[in-house]
Ligand binder design. Sequence first.
Ligand SMILES: NC(=O)c1ccc[n+]([C@@H]2O[C@H](COP(=O)([O-])OP(=O)(O)OC[C@H]3O[C@@H](n4cnc5c(N)ncnc54)[C@H](OP(=O)(O)O)[C@@H]3O)[C@@H](O)[C@H]2O)c1
Length: 212
Amino acid sequence: MHLKTIINCAMSADGKIALKSRRQTKISNEDDRKRVHKLRNSVQAILVGVETVISDDPKLTVNEKYVKSPRQPARIVLDSDGRTPSGALVLNGAARTIIVTNERCRKTFPNAEVVRCGRDEIDLEKLLPILEKKGIKKMLVEGGSKVIWSFLKARLADEVCIFIGSMVIGGDTAPTPAGGLGAEDENSIVPLKLKDAQVLGSGVLVRYEVVK
Ligand SMILES: NC(=O)c1ccc[n+]([C@@H]2O[C@H](COP(=O)([O-])OP(=O)(O)OC[C@H]3O[C@@H](n4cnc5c(N)ncnc54)[C@H](OP(=O)(O)O)[C@@H]3O)[C@@H](O)[C@H]2O)c1
């Protein structure tokens, strides 16, 4: 059995996940936050890219407002050169934190273990078995744009959950759920199979299976 990976993100009706400055904005509603915190509590790890840590400074913990006695999954940051700021909330000791750097990086961090993997960017194919050995069976990938594309491109994601908030953000350069280099031709497009769609308060949750 391989590590199950679920991508989760919130986008506006026009497919943007942040402002054009890449600054975070509230897209989720209270029903969606409740769902996300329950989902976080059901996995062993939550993974993000270092740009999300730098721009949003997320805690990546389960809020007791939504889940009683939360289990607090591990927080994982893909961070080739060790750019995670020492004051980042993921380093606050509130849950286990793993910073994944490349093999050349020698940085260490307070309240975090370091896993070295890949020569330049993190090699996800190599990383997942390492995480599995650490007891991670199910992992949530919460972004951002570049990391989500990397998981989809390598077909390392099993499921995609997108909450669509009722708003328009606009802007040619505002990030979308999957950024990075994107598909170069039709053959590189990642097909999805619709699992379900559900109205969640003022927005819609759409869930897909990744076709491999
Ligand atoms: N609405 C939502 O649900 C949501 C959720 C999260 C984030 N966001 C938004 O997403 C934006 C940030 O996304 P982003 O695309 O700029 O950055 P990102 O995906 O958060 O981080 C990308 C960085 O991760 C590092 N990385 C290391 N190995 C990687 C790999 N194999 N694949 C991909 N990245 C790897 C790279 O930096 P190094 O080269 O330094 O390692 C890369 O530049 C922000 O605007 C944030 O607000 C929105």
